[in-house]
Design a protein around this ligand. Structure first.
Ligand code: FRU
Length: 498
């Protein structure tokens, strides 16, 4: 693939050529290597002909492309989304002589039906053999997909969540051997339904500053998101090995804007640590026509993954317990600090980053010393622009009146599409008598921007397509009360692909 294009992100994963959608099968192996599989069409720049592409990484930013891991066996088959587990105790019987056997559980899509199938790998996840007795869960419907499997220690069972998309239903199945599965419960019709449920995840996540955890049921819906197309949400609750019981009838959105879908949690990270996802940074409404690819295979690519996101639960004023969504270990890929100012006050930080090879930037602005609720005021805005064409993206945070994070990709000219919504905002809804501190941070990487409040109490993922590279940053603070200070840091991010 050609990784040098102006729209090709440098700290995000994208496929060498062809079309990518959902992340699949992610796990950390016992050598400390992260494995990412993904919905992959290696022969066209549009969705279809689904294979499992594969890449590996030590740090979740620097990826090595591996050979395609799972291929369809017939022209009308698709290897749809699913997950992997490491069967270290050989529960499946596929791995008599090893502790690093990997089982992939995926949907086999044909024009007649979707079934849940498995394949096993004796070489640590690089090559797979399909199980001769597939499917492991049969069906007569074309609407039954995206199995995600975890190990549930208390009952010594594998647990699968899988979507019945048009019934708005998540099915729960258990197994002792990954071959025989028993239906144990259904979770149905909570939250936004959209047109269909896809890509469910069940994961145990730590609660900040406690030894406690809570279970998260994470569901993607498409189409039918509030701003159109695809989005995902989560519900918090308890899990007893067979049933998920939501704490209440509410759900929260994982991310705002329009390019964060089908997120998957890595398999096997202990619940005492923050959980990690990658998310498909696109939207079914326009993914097949974005301008990163031409009509020929090898001519560009389509779709990128979000940066890895770390997740834990925090009790927030007004919102209650919430899933935080922050850029995992982003400082580990920070190169030179391009700007640093610990007392910006009301003022501007300007930066020309045309010399930065990656043209990928991370910035952080920490606002402290805000006055009490009745005098809260001020805002922080950022603009990333092209010195040659004048195109720009912008965003910011309004402290008053209601802690809004916003983003605007409308002043870039490389893509016209009725669904390519320009502007997004989300209200963080802090308690206005809170501690008077905020952090606003963001990653801008050629054709994708991700922004965060604090450790991801609010987050947004958005792709954008300028005709000329962005190379200039301006960060402006205005209207702050006198007691407040803002400290700003801006870093070049290390190019993972050049
Ligand atoms: C979600 C999805 C999944 C399906 C896959 C096919 O984006 O529609 O439900 O398994 O994509 O590529």
């Amino acid at each position: 693939g050609n990784y040098g294009g102006d729209l090709r992100p440098q700290v995000h994963f994208s496929p060498p050529v062809g079309f990518m959608n959902d992340p699949n099968g992610m796990f950390l192996d016992d050598n400390g290597t992260y494995h990412l599989y993904y919905q992959y069409n290696p022969t066209e720049n549009v969705a279809g002909n689904q294979h499992w592409g594969h890449a590996t990484s030590q740090d979740l930013y620097t990826w090595t492309n591996q050979k395609i891991a799972i291929f369809p066996s017939a022209p009308d088959e698709g290897i749809f989304s699913g997950s992997c587990v490491v069967d270290s105790n050989n529960t499946s019987g596929f791995f008599p002589n090893q502790t690093n056997g990997v089982v992939a559980i995926y949907t086999l899509n044909t024009p007649q039906r979707e079934t849940q199938d498995i394949a096993y790998s004796v070489d640590g996840g690089y090559t797979f053999t399909k199980y001769a007795q597939n499917p492991v869960i049969g069906s007569n419907t074309t609407q039954f997909r995206d199995p995600k499997v975890i190990w549930y220690e208390p009952t010594q069972r594998w647990v699968m969540v899988v979507a019945y998309p048009v019934d708005f239903k998540v099915g729960f199945f258990t197994s002792t051997n990954l071959r025989d599965w028993t239906p144990v419960s259904n979770y149905t019709r909570y939250g936004l339904t959209g047109w269909q449920y896809e890509c469910p995840n069940l994961v145990e996540v730590p609660i900040e500053s406690t030894a406690k955890t809570r279970w998260v049921l994470h569901v993607s819906i498409n189409p039918g998101a509030p701003l159109g197309g695809s989005i995902s949400w989560y519900s918090l609750g308890t899990f007893n090995g067979t049933h998920f019981s939501p704490d209440d009838a509410t759900v929260q959105l994982t991310d705002f804007a329009k390019d964060n879908y089908a997120g998957q949690f890595f398999y096997g990270l202990p619940p005492s640590q923050d959980q990690i996802t990658l998310n498909w940074a696109s939207n079914w409404q326009y993914t097949n026509v974005v301008p990163t690819a031409g009509s020929e295979i090898g001519d560009g690519f389509r779709s990128v993954m979000s940066v890895p996101r770390g997740h834990f639960l925090r009790e927030l004023p007004r919102r209650g317990l919430s899933l935080l969504n922050y850029p995992w270990n982003i400082h580990s890929i920070a190169d030179a600090e391009l700007a640093s100012n610990s007392s910006v006050g009301n003022g501007t930080v300007l930066l020309d980053y045309s010399d930065v090879k990656s043209r990928a930037i991370y910035f952080e602005a920490n606002i402290t010393g805000l006055a009490s609720s009745d005098t809260l005021s001020g805002s922080l805005n950022f603009t990333f622009s092209s010195s040659t064409s004048g195109e720009y993206i912008q965003g910011g945070f309004f402290i008053a009146p209601d802690n809004n994070l916003w983003l605007d990709r409308g002043h870039t000219n490389g893509f016209e599409n009725p669904y390519f919504t320009d502007k997004f905002s989300a209200t963080a809804l802090y308690n206005k008598d809170g501690d008077g501190e905020f952090r606003v941070s963001g990653i801008v990487d050629r054709s994708i921007v991700e922004v965060f409040v604090n450790e991801g109490e609010v987050s947004a993922t958005s792709v954008f397509f300028p005709t000329e590279p962005l190379d200039t940053m301006a960060l402006r603070v205005s209207g702050l009360n006198e007691t407040a200070t803002v400290s700003v840091g801006v870093w070049a991010l290390r190019a993972a692909w050049l």
